[in-house]
Design a protein around this ligand. Structure first.
Ligand code: LLP
Length: 430
């Protein structure tokens, strides 16, 4: 297992944030999400620095969908990032930590009337408008409230990025945004004068997630900058902000070779400058929306090993006390992960096993055929890089309570989300 962030091995034992993983498991029980705060902060700082947030006034908007407990939202606020929210729930989280609302971007392909009203009342900085329905609703509500709202239009740029089908978003056949190539966008722009209470400040596109190759992002930059020029020339609208979405890939297993945050940011900034120079336009304010690349490697999950089923000449199943309820990604996207036993980091007989979750579902497998040292019942197993889309996509399937999250930093641990009790599990039911 690759060590990330503050992970280190001493006397065969794994430590994160200066805390022994074994002790964390004993103190807080398992399954337990462990959040390496130092690494998450470092990633934020890298983005702010290399995307030139200060120098060029560019913006890094953390995609809250990846992981947004209150503690994380405060951290994002602290580090000076913007925030991308996609629901009333994420917006409410931001509100609860007094997140500066002008730094909030409100996304979503079907924001409800209540969510739109909430966004307007709280004063979110930018609505990222996905479709005509939303444009009409926003115009109507802003008129009633006698206000003007700054918006971005979400564009589907027609870029196919190489990633899993479910997390591809920029191609034409997508539920998101105004399509660039079929006249949908130009029609919208031609009629834009009718939206007197909306100010079109920017364009947004998001081409997909877990993308390693920087080329599709550079193509996206070119497309967006050409659009900025065209919109200025044909519709006399000055686009001041260009939001390129998120999607930078991260390391889960040996087959992943991600760019560093610095390489990724520099490539985008350079291309934007070159593209604008060639077009003879000023470089707009650039916005990116990283989610996974800020938190994925900063999160891990601890489990206790239970049943072991050795099917001779087939495989050995190792059952753990969590599974698809705390990490749906392997079942949903065939996502790969690495793991270790936290007390046998360097020693123990290697064995190939399959890590199975505890749900009544054959597809509830966390890792298939992984080599691991010295695994036995009662051991604490760690799966690394579960920080993004693990907790945020967790469920109560099979009435399994949600796991707790503990944040570790400089030898101290803090529970940032409590384990759900059985009573809490039933608390909404009558
Ligand atoms: N911006 C927009 C508009 C998005 O739709 C997304 C992700 C992001 C930013 C952040 O992308 P990131 O930097 O995290 O790749 N549940 C899937 C990922 C879905 C991503 C959805 N949108 C997974 O677990 O792989």
């Amino acid at each position: 297992m690759k060590l990330h962030g503050t992970m280190m091995v001493q006397n065969d034992q794994l430590y994160i944030g200066g805390m022994s993983c074994l002790e964390l498991a004993q103190t807080y029980q398992t399954p337990l999400y462990v959040f390496d705060e130092q690494l998450a902060r470092k990633n934020c700082q890298e983005y702010m620095k290399h995307f030139k947030a200060k120098e060029n006034n560019n913006r890094v908007a953390y995609a809250g969908k990846a992981f947004l407990p209150l503690h994380m939202c405060r951290l994002i606020k602290d580090e000076g990032l913007y925030l991308d929210v996609v629901s009333g729930g994420e917006l409410y989280t931001a509100h609860k930590v007094n997140f500066p609302m002008e730094k909030v971007l409100f996304h979503g392909n079907n924001k409800t009337i209540e969510e739109i009203q909430m966004g307007l009342d709280l004063g979110v900085g930018r609505f990222v408008v996905d479709n005509y329905y939303e444009l009409d609703l926003l115009e109507q509500f802003c008129k009633e409230k006698q206000m003007k709202q700054a918006i971005y239009l979400r564009i589907t740029p027609g870029i196919e990025a190489h990633t899993h089908d479910y997390i591809k978003t920029g191609q034409i056949d997508s539920k998101f945004g105004f399509t660039l190539t079929n006249g949908d966008l130009s029609e919208c722009l031609s009629n834009f004068h009718q939206y007197q209470h909306l100010e079109l400040i920017g364009l947004h596109a998001h081409i997909g997630s877990q993308i390693f190759d920087v080329t599709p992002f550079l193509d996206e930059v070119d497309i967006m900058m050409r659009l900025v020029k065209e919109i200025q020339e044909c519709y006399d609208i000055q686009i001041k902000e260009v939001d390129l979405g998120g999607g930078m890939g991260v390391y889960y297993t040996k087959k992943d070779q991600p760019k560093t945050i610095q390489q990724f940011c520099e490539a985008i900034i350079e291309r934007a400058a070159a593209s604008c120079e060639a077009l003879g336009i000023e470089v707009p304010i650039l916005v990116i929306e990283p989610g996974r690349s800020i938190v994925a490697n900063a999160g891990s999950t601890l489990y206790t090993v239970g049943s072991m089923k050795d099917i001779k000449d087939v495989r050995t199943y190792v059952g753990v006390d969590g599974g698809m309820t705390d990490n749906i990604r392997p079942s949903l996207y065939q996502a790969g992960y690495e793991c270790s036993i936290v007390t046998k980091m360097r020693t123990g007989e290697p064995k190939q096993v399959t890590i199975a979750g505890k749900c009544c579902e054959s597809g509830d497998i966390l890792i298939t055929d992984v080599d691991i040292k010295g695994i036995e019942t009662g051991d604490i197993l760690i799966i690394a890089s579960t920080g993004a889309y693990g907790y945020s996509m967790s469920s109560n399937y099979n009435k399994i309570p949600k796991a707790a999250i503990v944040s570790v930093l400089n030898g101290e641990a803090q529970v940032i989300c409590k384990r759900q009790s059985l009573e809490e599990l039933l608390s909404l039911e009558v």
